[in-house]
Design a binder for this molecule. Structure first.
Ligand SMILES: [Zn+2]
Ligand SMILES: [Zn+2]
Length: 320
């Protein structure tokens, strides 16, 4: 005849299961990763990855989105940025801040268009924009140029006035640009002659730090800004292919000198990322970035000898 077990006796099957569950809960509490790892709070989406002012068939113009808790921060507004956001399934009315690294057309061509098109969709809230002068005048002139459509949609579709929603801030010096409850954004001056000032931006998010280089030659200020960052998105050019391209240009020597004075080669990108001590290096703003496409392996082989961390060859709509 079986001996009845008391409910507090450890040999009681129900009691044993409860003890095992309690032990698992305690083990999980003492071991935060990976058992209890929270979902990442920030998303980085490469919206466009080609460098240079001419439209390319295989890569869109430079732009990135960082999303934290559903709020979108856009960095650079190359041609087609609004459509790239739609393709990435990002909500245009979730844009709260736009950052322009420098006033070159591949980075600002759709600055006004992004906000105008977002407003024509569903944007009804304030957007702060940040970048070098003449950002305020660009904003004012853009709104004036498109006033006919804007007034028509206000009257016809009941949209709120657009001008009060866009609040431009001109940046001329390095330092903390803005901070809210989700991110702190810090700018560094980079070297991209003849465009002055040109900025790189660092986003300290709740879960990680992300640095966007903008356009620059190898920059000590950028290395300092990106110190120990989790992710560095850096512009890159591949000199052997460029040498072949510019050999056909009448002023090839001048063009080559310009590129080297204001941009960063693949080898140099690797050294910059190593000097900064970043964990992940993401290549973007590819030059040349059109067709014939340079293979991922070629980019990887050029950078790899100079950087031992995680290396990502960027492509449009890639999310990290
Ligand atoms: Zn550029
Ligand atoms: Zn540029």
């Amino acid at each position: 005849m079986p001996v009845p077990t008391h409910k507090n006796d450890p040999s009681n099957p129900t009691r044993r299961r409860l003890l095992q569950a309690a032990a698992l809960t305690l083990a999980a509490a003492a071991c935060p990763l990976p058992l209890l790892a929270a979902a990442p709070r920030s998303r980085l989406i490469l919206l466009g990855t080609a460098g240079g002012p001419t439209p390319k068939p295989n890569r869109a113009a430079p732009a990135q989105a960082i999303v934290v808790d559903g709020v979108i921060y856009v960095i650079d507004c190359g041609n087609g940025v609004a459509r790239q956001m739609v393709l990435a399934e990002l909500k245009l009315d979730a844009i709260r801040n736009v950052f322009i690294t420098h006033q070159h057309s591949d980075h600002n061509a759709d600055y006004g268009n992004l906000l105008w098109l977002a407003w024509a969709a569903t944007l009804k809230t304030r957007v702060d924009t940040w970048g070098p002068p003449p950002l305020k005048e660009m904003t004012r002139l853009f709104l004036a140029m498109n006033d006919s459509d804007i007034q028509t949609r206000i009257a016809d579709e009941g949209r709120p006035p657009l001008a009060p929603l866009i609040v431009p801030h001109e940046l001329t010096t390095a330092g903390v640009v803005m901070q809210d409850e989700r991110v702190k954004v810090t700018a560094a001056l980079v070297q991209h002659p003849p465009v002055v000032p040109s900025f790189a931006y660092r986003f300290d998010c709740p879960d990680r730090s992300i640095v966007i280089s903008g356009d620059t030659r190898p920059s000590d200020n950028l290395i300092t800004l990106a110190h120990n960052a989790d992710v560095l998105v850096h512009e890159v050019m591949y000199m052997p292919a460029l040498d072949r391209l510019i050999a056909s240009e009448p002023d090839a020597k001048h063009l080559r000198e310009h590129l080297l004075a204001s941009h960063t080669s693949a080898e140099q990108v690797g050294r910059v990322a190593t000097a900064a001590g970043v964990k992940t290096l993401v290549l973007s703003h590819f030059v040349p970035g059109g067709l014939p496409a340079i293979s991922d392996e070629t980019w990887r082989d050029a950078v790899r000898p100079h950087f031992k961390g995680k290396l990502v060859i960027g492509r449009d709509l890639l999310e990290l």
